[in-house]
Design a protein around this ligand. Structure first.
Ligand SMILES: *[C@@H]1O[C@H](CO)[C@@H](O)[C@H](O)[C@H]1NC(C)=O
Ligand SMILES: *[C@@H]1O[C@H](CO)[C@@H](O)[C@H](O)[C@H]1NC(C)=O
Ligand SMILES: *[C@@H]1O[C@H](CO)[C@@H](O)[C@H](O)[C@H]1NC(C)=O
Length: 308
């Protein structure tokens, strides 16, 4: 395990070593960031509750936007422009899922998420979208519960997807009873955000603990989605899950610039059955190497686990 960890850190360090010097922060925002809701009053209200549709890209993204806005003051001591807010990792990654087509319906039985169809739709059959649900709904509702968002816990509810409703949760109380452990970890993270004595590294540690806790449940619930993908995409999804779950956390500060730079090296589209890693012609050399390294890490991990 130690060996794997250091290897994962090598991958991350290679990318950070290549960081350019000048940045325009607003160029790094996820697609449609500026057009997405930025405050609660931008959402629909029914019976005194804000109704949020997490299966519509701008609405899910808008919730991240509010979260980043409301937590900005706690990160101001680390950098200007909220750049060091470690919650940036979540929306930046979600933006990548969107523009690479990973939120679309992989069964192709609907036009949900297709560029030529209902392009803002997020499909409940997408493995990427389902995992991200646990990394958006939970951090968001826990933030409300911890008092950071400035609204009461009973004032927000999410619309259910078209199927598998039992695998998701929709409000603060509902998520707490369905996923108590993950919700507790997110709440702890926010308690530490609010505390003046927390260092950047402390916060990163609590964030990753919550992140891993959300994904632990998500993996179990959505394993069955991988059958909709090409072998290449499913392998990448498994490798990626291993990477973010167990290997990357200790050395990955999920700030705006770092996540953005890292993400540029991830596959820019869904992988299809003809793709031969690391020789995919429309990927850069670095993107090919990255994919190769992630897959290799997964193979070695699976192999050593099975012989131990
Ligand atoms: C950064 O980009 C935004 C939008 O693309 C633009 O309006 C702004 O002038 C740019 N800022 C700098 C410093 O280049
Ligand atoms: C939120 O909850 C309070 C009571 O806690 C209520 O008065 C208010 O109308 C609710 N709705 C909105 C949209 O703020
Ligand atoms: C948060 O959003 C409000 C309202 O849209 C805006 O006035 C404020 O400048 C934002 N704060 C930060 C830190 O982005």
């Amino acid at each position: 395990m130690t060996f794997h960890l250091s290897w994962a850190c090598v991958i991350i360090c290679c990318i950070f070593a290549s960081l350019a010097k000048t940045f325009n922060i607003s160029d790094m925002y996820p697609p449609l960031w500026k057009k997405s809701p930025g405050q609660f009053s931008d959402y629909k209200i029914e019976n005194g509750k804000y109704i949020i549709n997490f299966w519509h890209y701008p609405e899910r993204l808008g919730m991240y936007k509010i979260l980043l806005n409301k937590t900005a003051k706690y990160f101001a001591k680390f950098s200007p422009e909220n750049e060091q807010n470690i919650l940036w990792g979540l929306p930046i990654h979600h933006g990548w899922q969107y523009h690479t087509g990973r939120l679309a319906d992989p069964t192709q039985s609907t036009d949900c998420g297709l560029k030529s169809g209902d392009h803002l739709c997020i499909s409940v059959d997408s493995w990427w979208a389902d995992l991200n649900y646990y990394l958006s709904a939970m951090p968001f509702l826990a933030a409300i519960d911890s008092g950071i968002m400035g609204i009461s816990s009973d004032n927000v509810t999410f619309l259910p997807p078209s199927k598998d409703q039992m695998n998701f949760c929709y409000s603060v109380s509902n998520c707490q009873s369905s996923f108590p452990e993950a919700m507790k970890k997110w709440n702890e993270f926010y308690q530490h955000i609010k505390s003046h004595s927390s260092s950047f590294d402390d916060l990163l540690e609590y964030l990753w603990a919550a992140h891993v806790s959300s994904l632990e449940v998500a993996h179990k619930n959505f394993q069955n989605r991988l059958k909709y993908y090409s072998k290449q995409e499913a392998d990448f999804a498994r490798s990626w899950a291993l990477f973010v779950d167990y290997l990357a956390p200790p050395c990955f500060p999920t700030t705006l610039i770092r996540t953005y730079e890292f993400q540029k090296e991830l596959p820019r589209r869904m992988l299809v059955s003809g793709d031969k890693v690391p020789f995919i012609s429309d990927f850069s050399g670095f993107q090919n190497i990255m994919l190769f390294a992630l897959n290799l890490l997964h193979k070695v991990h699976t192999y050593t686990d099975s012989v131990e």
